[in-house]
Design a protein around this ligand. Structure first.
Ligand SMILES: Cc1ncc(COP(=O)(O)O)c(C=O)c1O
Ligand SMILES: N[C@@H](CCCC[NH3+])C(=O)O
Length: 411
């Protein structure tokens, strides 16, 4: 079995430096072999279950096809993700669209797609959504998203299980399931998701969610096909953090679920892709600031939003030939005109202009949350597979950024 943790030191510095020279920076690099290893570990821990990859973590085409080929289904948060999953070859019966306050266009798309592929499952988290599906003539495979009343996650902004935006209160689920059944929907599953980045003490909250879902399945819906307990499996972001003991988590999950006559579904996103990705960036500016150095790099919050958004920590490794420059405390900042555009403070070999740095664990919610704020083009993604490498997403240009503008000369 592959190592449960892959740290920045495990990346081949020479190869990353070559990729940066060839493709420029900032550059996302995603290792498909590591994605396969992560999937295999998850599938191994949950052998009689279905693993649905939460595509929102990373929709690079090669990542989706790699996971589909490995056997994963795909959990999608939008019409765009469903389209990506299907075009990556996911069989429609392994695709789930989780509708969260869905825009009309998404529902139109989902219903049209379900007409063509009746095996597709649509998950609704509000009675309103069920009504809107019915209005569009949908009576196919329906899953009900439940709000179990217990949330978890690495930050309050990613804890969903007790947030009223997500799902119907668990107490109302029996009534809504029965009603949907009477209205002629093919009610196939129940779903809940505690939140993202669950580890340590949060695991107890997750077990509580699983136990409530088990009870709901036994009590009200004995002929469901599946009970989906969401994703959220955490990964270590700090170099001294331990990885999840996935086998123990899986055992505790099965115990908390109890006997149910339905398939257990898990929806990992981060766990499958986070440590398989790095963001490469070059130092542009070095400024002394008291005992510290302010180190400006060419990646910022528009490329990797997590530090600005959640104060998330991502390890940074210098890939430069730093000789005996010594270690300094460096505040690593981006090029965006916001004070929050800071990755954090790092002890690094004294950085110099042109040094290449690798930012770790960038494979999940990295490129996906990138924006064009400050009219900054989004970076390229290169995927690695053994000795092979390929550009999965090309770097945007300023023309790409302006493509939709009214009156752009090339329109
Ligand atoms: C419904 C649902 N499923 C799965 C996931 C995947 O979460 P994670 O990437 O933490 O595994 C998310 C994101 O939090 C989600 O909202
Ligand atoms: N975007 C979050 C995870 C949220 C997942 C979506 N429910 C993060 O980077 O940690």
């Amino acid at each position: 079995m592959s190592s449960a943790v892959w740290r920045l030191a495990d990346w081949d510095a020479g190869r990353l430096a070559e990729l940066a020279d060839t493709h420029g920076t900032p550059l996302y690099v995603q290792d498909l072999e590591r994605v396969r290893e992560n999937y295999a570990r998850m599938a191994d821990a949950f052998p009689e279950s279905e693993v649905m990859y939460a595509a929102k973590a990373n929709t690079a085409e090669a990542v989706l096809t790699t996971l589909v080929e490995a056997g994963a289904g795909i959990e999608c948060a939008s019409a765009g993700e469903v389209e990506r999953a299907l075009s990556a070859g996911a069989p429609p019966e392994r695709v789930q669209y989780t509708a969260v306050n869905p825009p009309a266009d998404d529902l139109d798309y989902a219903v049209r797609t379900a007409r063509e592929h009746p095996e597709l499952t649509i998950t609704a988290g509000a009675r309103d959504t069920i009504d809107r599906l019915a209005e569009r003539g949908f009576s196919g495979r329906l899953c009900l998203r439940v709000n179990p009343g217990v949330g978890a996650g690495h930050h309050e902004k990613v804890s969903t299980g007790a947030n009223a935006k997500f799902g119907v209160p668990i107490e109302r689920a029996p009534e809504l399931l029965a009603e949907a059944d009477e209205r002629g929907f093919d009610v196939v599953g129940i779903h809940a998701h505690a939140g993202s980045g669950i580890s340590g003490e949060d695991l107890a909250a997750h077990r509580e969610l699983v136990s409530r879902m088990g009870e709901l399945a036994r009590e009200t819906a004995p002929d469901l096909e599946f009970v989906d307990i969401g994703g959220g499996f955490g990964v270590p972001y700090r170099e001294d953090e331990e990885p999840l003991d996935l086998a123990a988590v899986a055992d505790a999950t099965r115990e908390a679920l109890g006997e149910v006559d339905a398939t257990l579904v898990v929806e990992p996103g981060r766990y499958l892709v986070a440590d398989a990705g790095v963001l490469l960036t070059r130092v542009n500016t070095v400024k002394p600031a008291g005992d510290e150095r302010v180190v400006g790099v060419d990646a910022g919050m528009t490329h990797l939003a997590r530090p600005a958004m959640y104060d998330a920590h991502h390890a940074i490794r210098s890939l430069a030939d730093t000789g005996d420059r010594g270690i300094v405390e460096a505040t690593v900042t981006g090029p965006i005109c916001e004070s929050g555009d800071v990755f954090g403070s790092y002890a690094l070999p004294n950085p110099a202009r042109g040094d290449l740095l690798a930012i770790g664990n960038a494979g999940a919610y990295g490129y996906e949350m990138a924006s064009q704020y400050n009219s900054r083009p989004r970076p390229a993604t290169v995927v690695l597979d053994g000795e092979e490498s390929a550009v999965d997403r090309r770097r945007e240009t300023i023309e790409d950024v302006m493509r939709l503008d009214r009156g752009a000369p090339w329109l």
